[in-house]
Design a protein around this ligand. Sequence first.
Ligand code: A3D
Length: 321
Amino acid sequence: MARKKIALIGGGQIGGVLTQLIAQRQLGDVVLFDIVEDLPQGKALDIAEASRVDGFDISVKGTNSYKDIEGADLVIVTAGLPRKPGMSRDDLLTTNAQIMKSVAENVKNYAPNSIAIIISNPLDAMVTLFQKVTGISHHKVIGQAGVLDSSRFATFIAWELGVSVKDINAMVLGGHGDTMVPLVRYANVNGIPAMELLERKYGDKTKAVEVMKAMVERTKMAGGEVVKLLKTGSAFYSPASSAIAMAESIIYDEKRVLPVCAYLQGEFGINGYYVGVPAVLGENGIENILELTLDQEEQAALDNSVNAVRSLVADMVRLGF
Ligand code: A3D
């Protein structure tokens, strides 16, 4: 198999971890782009100099020139400001939309045939803008949010039940904001409903519901919890790992079912918006969107989340993007 070329746009916290993970897993040759002079070159050199100890022989190049991303198979975008304590993701809209527009124009020029994974916030709006400016097919422009939000939810359930997180299946749908929808009814431990195990643990349904509700709330606010602790930026290890799971499914055509920010055309009753839903990821990007039955409460929560995405996108359009 020819080695893939992976362009990372944004050489900050997430971009750096992405580079290291890609190198260690030998997923492809990396070009790390940033507008800050010397920053991507420094990170690339640092990571390349671990190649002997880590045992990888892919190439890692840092650059300030978009020409170097030419012909990339996969582009992962993290360019943009992260949150500081007290900020919502939506507060980043104006600044990051300007950045995303310039990123997208360059990807359109140099890597129009790539598949793109977007991570920059506010996520749902940034994916929408990137797709609009590049004109790359919707199924090849995908947002990362659900893999991370779901991993956070799964982690909290594992801690609560005292079981391995490897056996937890939990999914979060909707927009990547405070209205996201952790699906309680489908959360399970190797097929056993998480709610059943909670009820057995506490011997009381009301208490089990209360504990699950707290985990749902913590999941929704998990990004902010990390921002508050870090003080100077937002989570970066877990978002990088999440994007790597998506990248691997695409590069190795694994057809994993992952919750990702995908363009919907009628699925879940939503038309013309990027929203987090379970999708099959393979060599063509999003190859299928898996619909599932939602009860009234879940559908209402998803509709509420979609409304938040709609108003964010409308704000972006009003700002001229
Ligand atoms: P940070 O460490 O600040 O890195 C961002 C990088 O973007 C910096 O190195 C900047 O120099 C660079 N940059 C700025 N403008 C441009 C430009 N025009 N072209 C290219 N590069 C540019 O942030 P980070 O890596 O921690 O986070 C990056 C983004 O991801 C932020 O918008 C975060 O809010 C977002 N984020 C998303 C998630 C999701 O799960 C969706 C999670 C965590 C962070």
